[in-house]
Ligand binder design. Structure first.
Ligand SMILES: NC(=O)c1ccc[n+]([C@@H]2O[C@H](COP(=O)([O-])OP(=O)(O)OC[C@H]3O[C@@H](n4cnc5c(N)ncnc54)[C@H](OP(=O)(O)O)[C@@H]3O)[C@@H](O)[C@H]2O)c1
Length: 249
């Protein structure tokens, strides 16, 4: 007699799986790395800065680290060269590219797409059939994709929305590999201080007042959503919003 579904143990789908996280050395990616490791995965993080990547991997008992610049395809290929097999790939590396279409340097604006769309394409091509057909790929988008601002975020918003479309297309093109996108609202990570400098605290206070939960999301909350997208074998072609309801206000 088969066991009723509700009494079956939850399978630990990340146990002994190889997880590679680009952008896993800070913020949302690091939180996802630590949680995936706790769920039994072998986790390799990739960051821009080699010293930071090594330190973070050592401090958190991760299984490896690499450094790459995701805007340079040859460094992506080098970072992945000696990894025989990847079950779950997470692509979160990126910066806050902000500039108005009529004012900013075009080469700078292109970076929004280079760090996201082209980085994803180069990474998938570099991995080829080393990416498990039973595995998953998680992209990053952001609340801007749904609600751009007038402060020079149109290009970043379009690159973010394009990641969601790329994921849906690849669900069909690369089936049965699963593709999903995480779309966080403003999340309290080192990115904020790096982008806003001395204005960070004032920005966070003013934004928090407007948000339904009167606070920003945390890296741990967004990291848990990344782990959910990896581990749940029927999540596919989805954009998971984790924004505390910020799109409603
Ligand atoms: N925080 C938010 O409010 C928010 C909201 C929506 C979307 N996002 C997106 O979520 C992703 C993660 O954000 P976060 O807040 O966790 O940022 P974070 O703390 O600044 O972490 C960024 C990560 O990306 C890596 N990285 C940046 N540029 C890179 C490059 N050219 N090549 C390789 N690695 C690179 C960094 O490596 P190093 O540490 O070595 O520099 C780091 O591991 C970003 O794509 C961001 O745009 C963030």
């Amino acid at each position: 007699m088969s066991q009723p579904a509700h009494t079956m143990p939850t399978p630990s789908t990340l146990r002994d799986r190889t997880v590679v996280i680009f952008g896993g050395t800070s913020g949302i990616g690091l939180a996802a790395a630590i949680q995936a490791k706790a769920a039994g995965a072998k986790v390799i993080v990739v960051g821009f800065n080699p010293e930071g990547a090594e330190r973070v991997a050592t401090e958190n008992g991760l299984d490896g680290w690499r450094a790459a610049d995701v805007t340079r395809d040859e460094t992506i290929a080098q970072a992945l060269a000696d990894i025989p097999h990847v079950d779950h790939l997470v692509l979160l590396a990126g910066s806050f590219v902000a500039g108005k279409v009529l004012k900013a340097e075009v080469e700078y604006l292109k970076r929004a797409f280079d760090e996201r769309i082209w980085a994803a394409i180069h990474t998938l091509r570099a991995l080829g059939d080393r990416l498990s057909r039973n595995g998953s790929v998680t992209f990053i988008s952001g609340a801007l994709a749904d609600r751009p601002s007038a402060q020079g975020t149109a290009v970043l918003a379009s690159a973010s929305a394009a990641m969601e479309a790329l994921a849906r297309g690849l669900v069909l093109e690369m089936a049965p590999v699963r593709f999903n996108t995480l779309s966080p609202g403003t999340t309290d990570t080192p990115l904020l201080a790096r982008t806003l400098g001395a204005n960070r605290d004032a920005y966070v206070a003013a934004l928090s007042e407007k948000l339904p939960q009167r606070r920003l999301g945390t890296a741990n909350e967004a990291g848990a959503a990344v782990v959910f997208l990896m581990a749940n074998g029927f999540m596919n072609g989805e954009t998971l919003h984790i924004d505390g309801g910020s799109r409603l206000v």
